[in-house]
Design a protein around this ligand. Structure first.
Ligand code: FES
Length: 231
């Protein structure tokens, strides 16, 4: 077992836990965006930063979703520097995807009232990579990836053409925290005919009585909505 202190509370966790997992197990709230319990942590959004002090080292900010619990570590999840870091991250998220209710709610939670950067009101993708990782790790297809660099970075199928690997399961749509994916924009989905792929059509009718999705997609849907995914 590993012994550490989080927010002045002595805590004991089994080896291999990340700081985020330890916090969640002890009901300590940390906002996250790119983390999902069904996927390998990625450390992309930097919302989950916490302040870490270790013997003989200067305190520093680390991403709790990827940082492992270490013996004797002292962690603060609500210190001034942590709050400042989360607010700045949220401000940047607002600038890149202003009109998304999830980011707006996050801004409200963290008390971010104004954005000092150029705001994009059309975009909803915050490049958290959940869709890409779900397609790869859960569905095992890798039909989409992050392409381009810098401000041109985006999620798309290779060469931005219809992907023959996409099975239209909609996992990317389900897991996207900001609603950036729509069924019509899933790689390859818009061109699929019902004859070629009946389950794509069935998926499209999700919400009505018609649900022709194959069983493994239904299982994924359950997995993506685990009770532990509270944020
Ligand atoms: Fe940890 Fe995104 S949740 S970096």
């Amino acid at each position: 077992m590993i012994h550490l202190t989080i927010d002045n509370k002595p805590i004991e966790v089994p080896e291999g836990r990340t700081l985020l997992e330890a916090c969640r197990e002890h009901d300590i709230h940390i906002p996250t965006l790119c983390y999902h319990p069904a996927l390998e942590p990625y450390g992309a959004c930097r919302l989950c930063m916490v302040e870490l002090s270790q013997p003989g080292r200067t305190p520093r900010l680390v991403a709790s979703c990827v940082y492992p619990c270490e013996e004797g570590a002292v962690v603060k999840t609500k210190s001034e520097i942590v709050v400042r870091s989360r607010r700045m991250t949220t401000e940047l998220l607002l600038a890149s995807a202003y009109n998304t209710p999830e980011i707006q709610a996050l801004a409200e939670e963290l008390g971010v009232k104004e954005v000092r950067f150029k705001v994009d009101k059309e975009n909803a993708c915050v490049l958290c990579g959940l869709c890409v990782r779900a397609c790869q790790e859960i569905v095992g297809v890798s039909a989409i990836s992050v392409i381009e660099r810098g401000i041109a970075k985006k999620v798309a199928a290779p060469f931005e053409v219809q992907s023959s690997r996409c099975i239209g399961c909609g996992t990317c749509v389900l897991i996207c925290p900001t609603g950036a994916f729509q069924f019509e924009s899933v790689a390859g989905f818009q061109y699929a005919s019902p004859q070629e792929s009946a389950h794509r059509l069935g998926y499209y009718h999700l919400g009505s009585e018609l649900d022709l999705r194959p069983n493994f997609v239904k299982d994924i849907t359950g997995l993506l909505r685990t009770p532990s995914e509270e944020e």
